[in-house]
Design a protein around this ligand. Structure first.
Ligand code: UD1
Length: 421
C-alpha cells in the first residue's frame, strides 16, 4: 500500500487545474447503460472509483475505451448482474441498478455494506424503485430489482438525514424509461444530480426541476447516445482552497464552477480569507491563522459533508473555539483521532466537534480511514512541523486525481512512496 510523506512548512503558490467531478462522473457513466448507442464522456477523472465503474460496465458487456480524460462507451447488449468482486470495492456501484432496471426491467447488484462513515443504507433507492412498480428482494447478499413494466408515480425520497444524492440519481435514471410521469419529491439538489439530468436530457429524457427538491420525469420509449463534459469537482476544488488557506500565499484554482462552491467560499471568507472569484477561477490569499467559525454540514446548497474533515484540519489552527456539526453522516469523524495525534485539540460531543485552535501541529505517522479523512491528514501535514506520513492512501486515490503531484506543483514538499500490496 502506497503512503504519502509530507514535509510541512513549505508555502504554496501558483495555479492548479481542477479535475472533473467524481460524484458526477460515476452516475453519468452508469447512465450510458440506458442506451444501445455510443456515448462519449469528457473530463472523466483518473481515479480508482472510476476504474471500478468502468470495470463493472465492461463486465456487463459494454465496450469501453478510455483516452486520457475521455471515455467512449457503447452498451449494445448488457447483462443485468453486476459482479460482486468489483461491486464490493465501491459503494457507488449501486447506481447501475437504476439504468439496468430502466432498460431491462431487471438488475442484481451486491448489497453495499456499511463503511467507516457509518451505516449506509439504500432503503430510499428501493422505495423509489417500488414506487415505479418494481419489486425489490434481497437474495444471497444481493439486491434484486425487477418489474414487468415500470410505471411513473410520485415518490418522496427525503430520509431522516435529508435527501439522497445517489438515490435521486438512481430513481431518476430508471424513471426516464418508465411509462408515464414520475415526480420525485424530496430530491437531492446537488450539482452532480443536475449534471446527470443534463446528460440524460441530451440522451432524449424529459426532465424538469433538476437542482430543486422536486424533479418531474416524463418517461420516453428509448434514449439515444450523447456526448457530455463532466462538471468540475467542487470537493477537490474546496480541498485545494483549504490547502491554500492553511499554507498558501496566493493560489489560483482553474476550471472550477465558483457557483457550486458558495458554501465553502462563504465559510472561508468568514474565517478571514480574501478571495478573488470569477465564474471559473478562484484565487485565495493566505493570511496566516484563520478566525474560528461554526459549521453545520447540510445537503446542497448547505456546507458539504465531503468538506467537513478538511475544515477540521484548517480550524485546528484557528485561535479560539470552532464547532463543526455533522448532520448528513453523524458518525463521520474518523479523522479527529488522527488529527489529535498531530497535536490538534478537538473534543467530540455526539455529532459535533469542538475545536480549539493550536499554534502548531506536529508531523506524525497517521492512518487514512476514508477518502476525505485522508485528504484532511495530507492538508494538516502541509503545515505540521517535521514529517507526516499518511498511510493507506488508496483511500485518497479513490477521489483525488494526482493530489501529490498537484500539491507539489504548488510548492509542497510531498512524495508518494510506492509499496507492494
Ligand atoms: C453521495 C456522495 C458522497 C456524499 C453524499 C452526501 C457519491 C458517489 N457520493 O453519497 O460523497 O458524502 O452524497 O452528500 O455521489 N440514506 C438513507 N437511505 C438511503 C440512502 C441514504 O438513509 O437509501 C442516508 C445516508 O445514510 C446519509 C444520507 O442519507 O445519512 C445522505 O446519503 P446520500 O446522499 O445517499 O449519500 P450518497 O448518495 O451515498
Amino acid at each position: 500500500m502506497d503512503k504519502i510523506i509530507v514535509h510541512g512548512g513549505r508555502p504554496l503558490s501558483g495555479f492548479v487545474k481542477i479535475s472533473g467531478s467524481k460524484n458526477s462522473a460515476l452516475p453519468i457513466l452508469a447512465a450510458t447503460l440506458l442506451t444501445r448507442d455510443q456515448c462519449i464522456i469528457h473530463s472523466v477523472p483518473d481515479l480508482s472509483d472510476i476504474h471500478y465503474m468502468l470495470q463493472i460496465l465492461s463486465h456487463l458487456g459494454a465496450q469501453v475505451e478510455r483516452a486520457s480524460g475521455t471515455v467512449t462507451i457503447q452498451a449494445e447488449n448488457v447483462a443485468t448482474v453486476a459482479p460482486y468482486e468489483i461491486v464490493r470495492k465501491m459503494r457507488a456501484s449501486v447506481c447501475v441498478l437504476g439504468p439496468l432496471l430502466g432498460r431491462h426491467k431487471e438488475a442484481r447488484v451486491s448489497l453495499p455494506g456499511g463503511c467507516v462513515i457509518g451505516d449506509r443504507p439504500i432503503d430510499l433507492h428501493l422505495k423509489g424503485f417500488r414506487a415505479l412498480n418494481a419489486a425489490c428482494r434481497v437474495e444471497a447478499g444481493d439486491v434484486r430489482v425487477f418489474a414487468d413494466e415500470l410505471r411513473g408515480s410520485t415518490v418522496d425520497l427525503e430520509g431522516r438525514q435529508g435527501p439522497t444524492v445517489l438515490g435521486t440519481g438512481n430513481v431518476l435514471m430508471a424513471a426516464t424509461l418508465a411509462e408515464g410521469i414520475t415526480v420525485i419529491e424530496g430530491a437531492a439538489a446537488e450539482p452532480e444530480v443536475v449534471d446527470l439530468a443534463n446528460f440524460l436530457t441530451k440522451m432524449g429524457a424529459k426532465i424538469e426541476g433538476a437542482g430543486t427538491r422536486r424533479i418531474t420525469v416524463e418517461g420516453v420509449k428509448e434514449l439515444h447516445g450523447a456526448e457530455h463534459c463532466v462538471i468540475p469537482d467542487r470537493i477537490e476544488a474546496g480541498t485545494f482552497l483549504v490547502a491554500a488557506a492553511l499554507a498558501g500565499t496566493v493560489v489560483t484554482l482553474r476550471r472550477v464552477c465558483a457557483d457550486h462552491l458558495k458554501a465553502v467560499t462563504n465559510t472561508l471568507s468568514d474565517a478571514g480569507y480574501k478571495m478573488d472569484i470569477t465564474r471559473d477561477t478562484i484565487t485565495l490569499h493566505g493570511n496566516g491563522s484563520p478566525r474560528p467559525v461554526h459549521i453545520v454540514t447540510e445537503p446542497y446548497p448547505g456546507f458539504p459533508t465531503d468538506m467537513q474533515a478538511q475544515m477540521c484540519a484548517l480550524l485546528s489552527r484557528a485561535p479560539g473555539e470552532s464547532t463543526v456539526t455533522e448532520t448528513v453522516f453523524p458518525q463521520r469523524f474518523m479523522h479527529v483521532s488522527e488529527l489529535k495525534r498531530m497535536g490538534a485539540d478537538i473534543a467530540l460531543e455526539g455529532a459535533t466537534a469542538r475545536i480549539n485552535g493550536v499554534p502548531h501541529l506536529s508531523g506524525a505517522p497517521v492512518m487514512a480511514s476514508d477518502l476525505r479523512a485522508s485528504a484532511a491528514l495530507v492538508l494538516a501535514g502541509l503545515v505540521a512541523e517535521a514529517t507526516t506520513e499518511v498511510n493507506r492512501v488508496y483511500h485518497i486515490d479513490r477521489g483525488y486525481e494526482s493530489i501529490d503531484e498537484k500539491l507539489a506543483g504548488l510548492g509542497a514538499e510531498i512524495q508518494r512512496v510506492k509499496q507492494g500490496n
